[in-house]
Ligand binder design. Sequence first.
Ligand code: UD1
Ligand code: CA
Length: 466
Amino acid sequence: MTAVDVVIMAAGKGTRMKSRMPKVLHRLGGRPLVQHVIDTAVALHARRTIVITGHGADDVEAWLRESAAGAGRPAPDFVRQEPQLGTGHAVQQVVPALPDDGIALILNGDVPLVRPQTLQALVDACGGERLALLTVDMADPTGYGRIVREGDAVKAIVEHKDASQEQRRVREVYTGFMAVPARRLKAWLARLSNANAQGEYYLTDIVGFAADDGCAVVATKAAEQVEVDGVNSPLQLAELERAYQLRQARALMEHGVRLADPARLDVRGTLECGQDVAIDVNCVFEGRVTLGDDVRIGPNCVIANARIAAGAVIHAFTHIDGEQAGVEVGEGALVGPFARLRPGARLGPQVHVGNFVEIKNSSMARGAKANHLAYVGDASVGERVNYGAGSITANYDGANKHRTVIEADVHVGSNCVLVAPVTIGAGGTIGAGSVVNKSTQAGALTVARARQASIANWARPKKAPK
Ligand code: UD1
Ligand code: CA
């Protein structure tokens, strides 16, 4: 088998995005467009991946280096194209970096949804000796390079601006993807000229050279239009985002996940689900999220970098963001509605976290509950603790953060402030409204607030008569 070397064209400006950011760094499904293409190349086990950069090259290269390092993969090779004189000129820059003995698979950095199997079919069609083009039939082919045939044989690609009236009637267009023996590609690239309507070096001119040289040219068709759709504008980006999300929704449903509405789901990362998972409408998943068997997610939740164990229920409008540290929700836990779990929140089995409760960098052991309006930060909360409404851990003294330890079976009343560092001994009770800044003994009742005083028959002051 001939090795495959992937060449990704990503030097273009993307004028119609009207953005300061290079086009290929705009995100789809949470990943830059060009990252989708690179991930597809990885799935093909390409020998080398060479990215042609130009506009915003520093940013594009930095991003791809960092993301490769993050994934534990070698970074792709970069070749700069400066200035940009056309797609043929772009690939000419790669010649010194491209081995002669492989198949060059040329991809577009702004066409994110092409599937590995489609590209594999293109590589197979090339077979190390033919020029293989990916084409598609378009209802409106305006602007695209037309596939010109004599009988069945492909003779050339003619760019729209250079095409005759008759050629413009051709609906079969070049998608921007080709697989070509590298040695022959190099020879043809050396023959390109820019004597055409746009004064550019067209990569597509090599098709005519191949036909002249008696090299077989084969066209394979893409199964789905969205696979070959490029992103040129914010509208096209949004359209492809929906197509991508629908693809993911379908895959989840094939796996048995019950989505209330596949059109109202956004997965911007990876979502792994066990059996009998149900997800209501308008949920957004980011980073790495895993949902165990029987997990239910209510409507309008945002969940990032979290592991939710079997049987847990996340009620409506809950926001979970684990960032780097992650969030863990234990088996059968109930979270929300309107709860917020921040990095390092570790909820054990059967924990309840209710509305307007924020948990950060804290563990809550089996069966602990914080049901209303509370803040638990930098704390270890023991089993079966009941943490009252309106209570908070004061974990920050203005300079440093300190930990609060609440041992098993403690009952913290409503509206308490636990001033860290402090330990509440096992089985203890903290009276409502207490400010606790000294650790307490196991089993003790602690009340730390002004003692109630009543004055009998108190007459309120009256307004003086005028
Ligand atoms: C190209 C094809 C056309 C095809 C269409 C499919 C050529 C001459 N034409 O046209 O047949 O139907 O794609 O979308 O190839 N790029 C560079 N350097 C350059 C110019 C472009 O890296 O100097 C990159 C762009 O960033 C982009 C890709 O090459 O990723 C395609 O360039 P674009 O200008 O969009 O080509 P089209 O004119 O659309
Ligand atoms: Ca284009």
